[in-house]
Structures are given as structure tokens and as C-alpha cells.
Design a binder for this molecule. Structure first.
Ligand SMILES: NC(=O)c1ccc[n+]([C@@H]2O[C@H](COP(=O)([O-])OP(=O)(O)OC[C@H]3O[C@@H](n4cnc5c(N)ncnc54)[C@H](OP(=O)(O)O)[C@@H]3O)[C@@H](O)[C@H]2O)c1
Length: 342
């Protein structure tokens, strides 16, 4: 069985990774449409080494007869076109923040809550925020065994989380710094080259940022509404790969050895923790990889049952494209797309 797949936002950082992921995983594609704004309609993107596709304008695209829409055109654009696609019978898997917290939209990480897909009502499924995805993949096996009470997380997020323009800004500011050219911030609020910015997305009334708020509410929706979480989200001058320093407090006793064993068995997790020079994963190491890596696992002696860990993953891959494609694969495995395909 194969499917007609539309990739929306195909010229962007996530969209390009989406095409790469579909190809690498041999997703059963019968026909592929690549869509973006009128600005890039008519340009070409490649799918694998042999196929070059012409970008079509989302505004005029008819979704009737298309099985799956993998969306990453930004929240305001998804708000208009995802419901239009769903009404035409195309199942939308949306990477933007637009629908994540709507009660009738499943928010899914296949290793964590695949059962939520059964609650699909509006033909839209939401992909969580990139920082949330890698955190819940690592927390899930620990929550199942030791029950999490509280999480304190600080993120170190790469510029690709702000799309292709974020990557261009780090590149141009880095180059400019070598010729003493003043680096004017445009995408980010301050200079990102050789700097760290404790501000991602807009400020909320309580002084937190929306990125921090997303990590809290999305984790509760996916994993457990009773978990207490506080996040500090920081943009760092790294092109791809988000890192997170996470402190977790549990209800039940936990040893490092037990936690390591639970993480080793967990789907999507790779433990690399050698307690020696270089014996941990950094963002550069995880680029192009599917796993969520856990390193620096150790006891947090400041609480009764606590652990600290360092969690790293490719934000464009597990944080976006891979998770979306895995949702599509899970829909197929659960028979939710079977009726419509050829
Ligand atoms: N980057 C990440 O790590 C990440 C992770 C999870 C979720 N997301 C979310 O995914 C979305 C896209 O992120 P990105 O990083 O891929 O951004 P990006 O690199 O800036 O790409 C944006 C894409 O959306 C398209 N687009 C913009 N306006 C459009 C319109 N009016 N109609 C149709 N297409 C339009 C762009 O097409 P043009 O070439 O025509 O402009 C481009 O293909 C955002 O909502 C982001 O929050 C990103």
C-alpha cells in the first residue's frame, strides 16, 4: 500500500529534513507534492538523488485525494491551511505550535503516547515542540518506573530551531566577526555569534518565555498532567542539535544503575555515558542521527530521589521531521490510513 503525501513548507529547514527522512526511511510514497509560499513556487527541491520536484503554491493547492500532509509552514499559515486540508480528507501532521494545546488535537511522540492517535477527531495531529520531544523521550521510561514529581530543565538550543534564516544569521555574524564588521541582529534579539541568548519566542505575563511555557504544558499533555516543570530556554551559537541539562525528582527511590538500565531499554533513547574526557554526546555528534542521547547521568543529591542528566538530539530530525514521519508510520501501523490508500 502506498500514499499520496504533501510536504508543506518543503523549502524550509524542517521541510527539507522531512523529504530526506521520507526518502531514507523508504516511506511508502505513491506521489509527492512539495508546497511553499508563492515566493518559492516554481523552484526545485530534490527527493533522494534522482528525483527533482517543482515547488507548488500552497494557496492554490487542492488537497482532495491526498492522504497525508506533513506541515511546517509556520503557525499562522497552518492555522489557515491545515483545517482546509483536513476538511478535504487529508490527514495533517502539523509541526507548528498552532494546534498543539487544542483538546481535540492529539499531541504525539510515538515512543511516548501513540495511543493518543486513536483520539484523532479533526484530521489534525500536532507534533510537539523540538525541546519537548527529546525531553519526553528521555523522561518516559523513568516516569514509568520511578514516577516523576518535578523537572528542572535548562536548554541549549541551536539556531536551526529558528529556521533557515536563523542558520543564515549565525553564519553571516560569525563570518563578519573575523573582518571586524559589526554583526547586526535581525532574526535573534541580540548577537548570536559567540553568545547565548536566554530568550526564545515571546515573553509571557509571568516573565517566562513562550518556549518555556510550551515545554511545561506540552510535557503535561503528553506524559502526565501532574508533573511539575520549570524551564529556562537559551539559544546558543550551534547550527543543529539541542542540548538539555535536566534535573528530575522522583516519588520512588532510584539508583543511577536502575535509571541507566531503564533508559537503555527505551525506544528512541541511546545512552552514551562514559564518565571520561569526551565520553558524552554533544550537539555536533547528534546531527543526522535519529536517537535522543542521554549522557552525564548522575545522582542529584539535593533531593531525596533525584537524578541529573544531559539530553541531546537533532532538533530538525527527532525534534521535527522524524517525529512527524514516525507519526505517519504509526497511523499506517494502526490501520488509520489504510482505507484511503491505493
Ligand atoms: N526548526 C525546528 O527545529 C523546528 C522544530 C519543530 C517545529 N518547527 C516549526 O516548524 C515551522 C517551520 O520551521 P522551519 O524551521 O522549517 O522554518 P523555515 O526554515 O523558515 O521554513 C519555513 C517554510 O514555510 C514556508 N512558508 C512560509 N510562509 C508560507 C506561506 N505563507 N505559505 C506557504 N508556505 C510558507 C517557507 O516557504 P518559502 O520558501 O516560500 O518562504 C518554508 O518552506 C515553524 O512553525 C517552526 O516553529 C521548527
Amino acid at each position: 500500500m502506498s500514499y499520496r503525501v504533501a510536504v508543506v513548507g518543503a523549502t524550509g529547514a524542517v521541510g527539507r529534513e522531512m523529504l530526506k527522512t521520507l526518502h531514507e526511511r523508504n516511506f511508502p510514497v505513491r506521489e509527492l507534492a512539495v508546497l511553499a509560499s508563492g515566493r518559492s513556487a516554481g523552484t526545485k527541491v530534490s527527493f533522494g538523488e534522482k528525483l527533482v520536484l517543482t515547488v507548488q503554491n500552497l494557496d492554490t493547492f487542492d488537497f482532495r485525494g491526498w492522504d497525508i500532509g506533513l506541515f511546517s509552514p509556520g503557525a499562522a499559515v497552518s492555522a489557515i491551511h491545515a483545517p482546509r486540508a483536513a476538511e478535504a480528507g487529508c490527514i495533517v501532521i502539523d509541526n507548528t505550535s498552532q494546534f498543539r494545546m487544542e483538546p481535540d488535537v492529539p499531541l504525539v511522540v510515538p515512543e511516548v503516547n501513540p495511543q493518543a492517535l486513536a483520539k484523532i477527531r479533526r484530521g489534525i495531529i500536532a507534533n510537539p515542540n523540538c525541546s519537548t520531544i527529546q525531553m519526553v523521550v528521555a523522561l518516559k521510561p523513568l516516569h514509568d518506573r520511578f514516577k516523576i514529581k518535578r523537572v528542572v530543565v535548562a536548554t541549549y538550543q541551536s539556531v536551526s530551531g529558528a529556521g533557515k534564516e536563523g542558520m543564515d544569521e549565525l553564519f553571516s555574524q560569525t563570518k563578519a566577526s573575523f573582518v571586524n564588521d559589526p554583526a547586526k541582529p535581525e532574526v535573534f534579539t541580540k548577537t548570536i555569534a559567540f553568545n547565548c541568548i536566554p530568550h526564545i519566542d515571546k515573553f509571557m505575563d509571568d516573565g517566562s518565555t513562550k518556549e518555556e511555557w510550551k515545554m511545561v504544558v506540552e510535557t503535561r499533555k503528553i506524559l502526565d498532567p501532574d508533573i511539575k516543570i520549570v524551564a529556562t530556554c537559551v539559544r546558543v551559537p550551534v547550527f543543529i542539535g539541542h542540548a538539555e541539562a535536566i534535573n528530575v525528582e522522583f516519588e520512588r527511590p532510584v539508583t543511577v544503575a536502575e535509571a541507566r538500565a531503564a533508559l537503555r531499554e527505551a525506544p528512541g533513547v541511546a545512552v552514551f555515558d562514559q564518565r571520561e574526557d569526551g565520553g558524552y554526546i554533544t550537539p555536533i555528534d547528534c546531527v543526522g542521527e535519529d536517537a535522543t542521547y542521554v549522557s552525564r547521568l548522575r545522582k542529584d543529591p539535593t533531593v531525596e530521589h533525584g537524578l541529573s542528566m544531559w539530553v541531546v538530539s537533532d532538533n530538525l530530525r527527532k525534534g521535527a521531521a522524524l517525529n512527524a514521519v514516525q507519526i505517519a508510520e504509526t497511523l499506517i501501523a494502526q490501520g488509520l490510513l489504510a482505507k484511503r490508500a491505493a
